[in-house]
Write a protein that binds this ligand. Structure first.
Ligand code: SF4
Ligand code: SF4
Ligand code: SF4
Length: 246
């Protein structure tokens, strides 16, 4: 029996699911491994739970979403956060630093009262999460590797070292030397240092590694005349929830 897989979404752009669709012919590899029984973007029929593996995209921004997420958790042997919104809160959490009523009015105008919302949060703020596929959007190949590992009962191969490691292996010129502020020293690798390899700074879409070497990052910043406070705003782009949650 192939594992029964469900894919759900909450508040997000659904770009991570689009990455799965972008697997194109490799989708057949995916379907060889698992039976996808819930996937609104690709199937019209939704099978009842329980599910072996649920991939959940998006962050939680409404009270009723918490109920739905708890139901998914209760009906899933393994729950995987799919993408930065689900994993760390992502860009939705930017609104947490603003006046919530003002944000609602800005988005919904005079219909703001029809759409009650709460400060955005990652899945892990509501239910236990077993694994995450990081990134904004996720890397489709990494997603496939995660599915393969889970289907074989293994731990998904998500790196726990910083982007700098991949960046140095790629022999990139450090963007700090070009006057940019890069979050690579504390951000989880696995993207092959995509942004620095293309001349850009890492903006932290894969979230912090476990036990980031903050002192080392502070030293790098100090060498360039910067402090952590100077770059807090950059962390807020994807990982603002962790700052609010502290
Ligand atoms: S992580 Fe990025 S691409 Fe994925 S759903 Fe959120 S905003 Fe969209
Ligand atoms: S700080 Fe950024 S650009 Fe510099 S080595 Fe690390 S990841 Fe690469
Ligand atoms: S380099 Fe940083 S911002 Fe770019 S994809 Fe990798 S983790 Fe995300």
């Amino acid at each position: 029996m192939k594992p029964r897989v469900a894919i759900f979404e909450f508040g997000c752009c659904e770009g991570c699911q689009l990455q799965i669709v972008n697997l194109e012919e490799k989708l057949l590899d995916l379907l060889d491994l698992v039976d996808v029984v819930v996937w609104r973007e690709a199937r019209s029929e939704h099978a009842e739970g329980p599910y072996d593996i649920s991939f959940v995209e998006g962050s939680i921004t409404r009270d009723e979403e918490m109920e739905r997420l708890r139901w998914i958790r209760e009906n899933s042997k393994i729950l995987v956060a799919l993408g930065a919104c689900a994993h760390i809160g992502g860009i939705n959490c930017l609104k947490n630093f603003m006046d919530q009523d003002e944000v609602r009015r800005y988005v919904y105008g005079d219909k703001a009262d029809w759409f009650p919302s709460i400060p955005a949060r990652p899945l892990s703020a509501v239910v236990p999460v077993d694994y995450a596929v990081p990134g904004c959007p996720i890397d489709k190949e990494e997603f496939l590797e995660v599915v393969k590992a889970l289907a074989l009962g293994k731990t998904p191969p998500i790196p726990n070292y910083p982007v700098c490691v991949e960046c140095k292996m790629a022999e990139n010129v450090c963007v700090f030397n070009k006057g940019m502020v890069c979050l690579g020293p504390v951000t989880r690798a696995g993207c092959n240092a995509r942004c620095p390899s293309n001349g850009n700074k890492c903006i932290g879409c894969r979230g912090l590694i476990d036990d980031p070497n903050v002192n080392s990052h502070k030293e790098v910043l100090a060498e360039h005349g910067l402090t952590v406070e100077d770059i807090l705003g950059q962390f807020r782009l994807f990982d603002g929830y962790s700052e609010v949650a502290k």
